[in-house]
Every structure is written in C-alpha cells, then in structure tokens.
Design a binder for this molecule. Sequence first.
Ligand SMILES: Cc1cc2nc3c(=O)[nH]c(=O)nc-3n(C[C@H](O)[C@H](O)[C@H](O)COP(=O)(O)OP(=O)(O)OC[C@H]3O[C@@H](n4cnc5c(N)ncnc54)[C@H](O)[C@@H]3O)c2cc1C
Length: 422
Amino acid sequence: MPNQTRVVIVGGGFAGMSTAHKLVQQRGIHVTLIDKNNYHQFTPLLYQVATSAISIDNVATTFRSYFEGKSNIDIKMAKVCSIDPKTLTVHTEEGESYQGDVLVLAAGSVVNFFDTTGAMENSFPLYNLNDAERLRSRIILAFEEADRNPKLIDEGVLNFVVVGAGPTGTEIAGALADMINISLPKEYADLALTKAKIYLVDYSHAVLSAFSEESQKYAAETLHKRGVQLRLGLLVRSVTDRYALLSSGEKIASKTIIWAGGLQAAQLAQECGLVQGHGGRIEVQPDLTIKGFPSIYALGDFANMPGRLPQLASVAQQSGYWTADNIIATKKGKPRKAFQYKDKGIMAMIGRNAAVVEVGKKRRELTGFFAFLTWLSVHSVLLSTLRQRIEALMQWSCGYFSKNNDFQTIDRIKDAHIIWKK
Ligand SMILES: Cc1cc2nc3c(=O)[nH]c(=O)nc-3n(C[C@H](O)[C@H](O)[C@H](O)COP(=O)(O)OP(=O)(O)OC[C@H]3O[C@@H](n4cnc5c(N)ncnc54)[C@H](O)[C@@H]3O)c2cc1C
C-alpha cells in the first residue's frame, strides 16, 4: 500500500504489546511483531505459577489470539540476533530478515547473576514462564523427596533460599510461607513441615527497598511472623547444588535457591551495535529514539529512559503507548514529544491477607487486608483477556476459601528433576 509506514517491533512484552496495540488501530501503518515466544507473559503473576496458586494459561496470552482479526499486523515467532541500524533491518536466528521504516526495540531484560559463583548453574531464576514452571516443579519435588525420605529434611531439602528482597523475592517468600503453613499440611499429613525453612537474603538492609519505611517494616514483620528468616545486608557469595554461601560466612544447605536478585538488558542489547548504559540497557533520547537514528526507538526494560525510571510493567506499557503516539505524530508531520511517565504507585503482595500498596506519586500507603484486596483487584484488571480475568478471580477465590494450592503438577522438564543425592 503506498504511504504505508512499516513498523517492526522486536519483543512482545508490556512495551512492545502496547506499541502494537495502539498502532494496529491506525490506518496506513503495518506492524510486524517479532518475539522468540508465541505468547506475551504477565510477569507479576509468575511467582503464583511457581507456587502452584494459578494456572499457566492465565499468565500467558498468545499474540495471534490477542491480535485476531487485525489485518495490519504480522506475528513472527523468531529470535532476533542482530540489527542493522542503517538499513532498519533486523536479522533472526532462524534466517529471515525484516526491514521497516521504523524499528521499535523492546526486548526487555533477563536475569543478572552479577558473576556470583555457581548461581547460573545451580539457582532457579524467576524471570519468565519457563523459569516459573521449572521452579514450580523444583518446589513440589522438594516436598516429594522429603516425604519419601524424611532424613533429607535435616540435610536441608526443605530449605528455600530466596535471593533478592525486592517485590519478586518478597512475594515468592511470602507465597512459600503460605504453602508451608496453610495448604501443604493438609496434603503431606505425615511430613514434618514445621522443619521447612525459608530464607530471604538481600544486600540492602531492608525488604522492598523501593517502598516507604512503613511498608518495609510491615513487610518484614509479616514475613517474620510467617516464618521467613531475613538475612539483610548480606551478599550471596556462591551457590552450589547443595548450599548458598553468604558474605557473613553462613552456609545455608538448600537445593532450591531462588534467584530474584537482579536484571540486565536482554542479550540483543549487546548485539545491536547501539550505545549501552547502566544495566546494559540502550541509551535513548527523551522522545525514546536513539541518537543519530530518528527511526529507531528503544523502550521498556531494554532502554535507559530519561529520569532513570524503574524496570516496571507500568513504565514499559506507558513507554509503548507513547512510542506509538510518536510514530503516528511523525507520520502526520508533527513533532515527537518527550516521554513523561505518570506514576500511579507501586504494590507488592506479602501473602494471605497481607500486601503493601503505595498509591500515586505522593505514595499514600495501604497495608494489610485492604491492600491485599487492592492488589488482587488491580492485577485481575491488568490481565490481558476477559477469560484470564474471570479464571484468575475464580482460582484466587477457590484457593483462598479452600486453602489449597491446586496447580501442583510436576512438569516433565528434565532439569527440574534434581534428586537430592549425597
Ligand atoms: C517475576 C517478575 C515479576 C514482576 N512483577 C512486576 C509487578 O508486579 N509490577 C510491575 O510493574 N512490574 C513487574 N515486573 C517487571 C516487569 O515485568 C517489566 O518491567 C516488564 O515486563 C518490562 O516490559 P518489556 O516489554 O520492556 O520487557 P519484557 O516484558 O521482558 O518483554 C520482552 C519481550 O521480548 C522478547 N525477546 C527478548 N529477546 C528477544 C529476541 N532476541 N528476539 C525476539 N524476542 C525477544 C521476550 O520474549 C519478551 O516477550 C516483574 C518482573 C518479573 C521478572
């Protein structure tokens, strides 16, 4: 079609999806959305997949179903391995290349082990759906191993070490505590679950360091009451297949060391020949384009956006909508605008009946049961489809009233089957 603007989007996370969502409603724009997976993942609920509270289908939405009926978008499942900024072309590992008039780079972030010895080989990161499934299997296997051979409990088979006390680490530690205290005792009646231990380790001296002191205090006290042992102000020095060694010299025996300790830009950032900054992320100008390349945008977790914005879904999503607006403005011959993030607040779940919510830029705090309800309501609304919203609400309600974690099927993923061996 003449005058059609071809936009190639790399990555269908919160940033890429919101860009595509807005652009496909425009005439005269054709979108090619490329992602290495065939689905968008709703990361805020990954910890619930890992702790068997919610089913996988409720956190993953296939791109094709999301954009069904839209004629101006092509979906390509492929891994982009390099970019030619001059010709606005991306090349994929599968061998195909895609050229656009505009490139949108939104490949997100991946785990950062900060070169911690043994962490990559032996810990269980929690950053994507594969990680969540693998971790879920590992957690359930730990209980099965202990049930088969209770002697292993004294060797630490029911010890869980969570590295990183940000929202993800805090949420998974709290959810594990709920499993151990509430749901599993009914299923593993003969198992000494009181011997299970959860450790939450962070270099910072507080849990949820991005939150207010009051929220931090509430979170720490709630976790402590539920049996989570805090190890704050400490680094994890090394991880093996049977323990984590802390900077204090403490060695915690565990086969389940959960890594929620850091992020860096997706690997593609190193391979696209563009300037990288803090966290390996691509440096961008206020309008989210790259200096010297007015037709290339980088956004979301993949970019260092002005104002040192945090790596949050809301930031990524707003940057995606903003990018779409700038692409549309350019097409109409209008100037692009500098990105402005509207801070609506932050929240984290601590566990049953307990959450912290800080609303708006002024961060009005809410803790406890009402924060718990707020967290559930906000996250159900944010899910991608109506089916997911209804099902998530049903699964949360069933789990809440029955006090069960229903989605405990062990997946047949090879590396999840780490059997506790001497
Ligand atoms: C466990 C967890 C919990 C979180 N909880 C919250 C929360 O409660 N609230 C909140 O605001 N934020 C949360 N976040 C942060 C939030 O998920 C990120 O800030 C957000 O996902 C960033 O969106 P994005 O689109 O930039 O990147 P992503 O969502 O990471 O999407 C990147 C996409 O790019 C694709 N991709 C990567 N490399 C390639 C390649 N080479 N070729 C093709 N495709 C590629 C990926 O498959 C992915 O679909 C959480 C993150 C994690 C990991």
